[in-house]
Design a protein around this ligand. Sequence first.
Ligand code: NAD
Length: 502
Amino acid sequence: MTVEPISVNTAKEVVTYRHFINGAYVDPLNGEWFDSIDPYRNEVWARIPRGSAADIDNAVAAAKCAMTEGPWATMTPSVRGKLMRRLGDLVAENAERLAKIEVRDNGKLMSEMLGQLRYHPEWWYYFAGLADKIEGSVIPVDKPDHFAFTDHEPVGVVGALTAWNSPLLFIAFKCAPAFAAGCAVVIKPSEFTSASTLEFAALTRDAGIPDGMFNVVAGHGAEAGSALVDHPDVAKITFTGSDTTGAMVYSQAAKTMKRVSLELGGKSPNIIFADANLDAAAAGAVSGIFAATGQTCIAGSRLLVQNSIKEEMTERLVEMAKTAKIGDPMSPDTNIGPVTTAPQYQKILDYIDIAKSEGARLLAGGGPSDAGPQFVQPTIFTDVDNAMRIAQEEVFGPVLSIIGFDDEDEAVRIGNDVIYGLAAGVWTQNIGRAHRMAKALKAGTVWVNTYRAVSYLMPFGGMKHSGLGRENGLDAIKEYLEVKSVWINTSDDAPGNPFVMR
Ligand code: NAD
């Protein structure tokens, strides 16, 4: 098996990456590269090609050709599924190597990234199984002498734009259903964490996925990303990122009438009732906000705690925050790693200042950690009013806002009182309450007595400003298909009045 261009390690030499277009690694046409920073060591570890509209043109042309004229177009869906399974096997074989690249690039914990990479193949296996089960229907139409059926066609070339926090997971979320539907992909990963996506590309080739089906053009959002959104031969954009950029991409894509799905940010309520198992709830609250250094779209950043247990729960959480081990993301003992990017680090510190100035009461953390240049202490604010900016805006860092409530109605009201609707957590041992809350909360995912559970089998996506469309599960494949309705008149008779609708 050949994997190029590098094998990652923690050595000092800087690795130079290239785009992956039409099954080969190629230099950027403008001859420009930019640096990728290891956020733990705060040093340049890789050079990333700076993609331009010209690179995007080449990648989209390769993708268009691959899905319409290349072997993928004539392969049966069952054979496509076999290749996708092989890709899953290769990801499994390379899980540790890919996880190390992710850690080097985004600073997330090895324990988390290795778990993600070991799980990643399931997406390829699941969607490989769906590739030959995309079936139309015969519709018993109410018109005599007509046979009518539906067929599903691949939507066309897919442009994928991904965020920096879990690049390879986003490939699984987007490309596995796209391939199963028959679509070729051009992906523009985040400029902060492009390396793992470029490494992954070699595995698609080694698995026998035909040239042009998977293309990576690295670069900046306003350059390569924007060119992908504008490209007339891209039929669909699948985007993971912030709601601000998502809204911009959505309106830009409208000019060429693209299909768009958006996986955006959140300000998720994690709601603890007094009748909950408090040990489990405390662990769930910590997992909701401090895992992945809070850099997850589903972070339970607003902790709603029933007032009768608020003090007790707060004490537990403060203790857990103060004893969390901050440091080297490769170490198995570490709980909290660095913040991935310098702008994000500054943004978190700014939000901590905003919360202080709004009158939220600081109980833990509240500033940089001395573990390294880009670390933030796990931070807890209480006495937060849901109208404060710290309760309304996504921080994307280890900053928890605790808000008290008295009863179920108030919990629902506060929980839903944000523009976002990505996820919510509920902790209760009352089964009726669990169901009532699951129904009342406006969120794409509601977890009861658990948090951050994600599966290839379960639809994932947001309501309100958290996005459009769903990834994972059976619903995901619909995002990459067009439905065609076919009517066949089985009668030999001439139609009646041709000026009247039949
Ligand atoms: P971002 O919006 O800054 O960037 C996302 C992607 O869009 C990047 O690849 C970027 O280069 C590209 N981009 C930027 N400007 C563009 C433009 N003008 N045209 C085309 N592409 C452009 O987001 P980020 O900072 O990388 O990621 C953090 C955000 O992502 C958070 O808001 C987080 O909640 C969200 N997120 C959502 C999910 C989800 O599944 N809902 C998952 C992870 C992250």
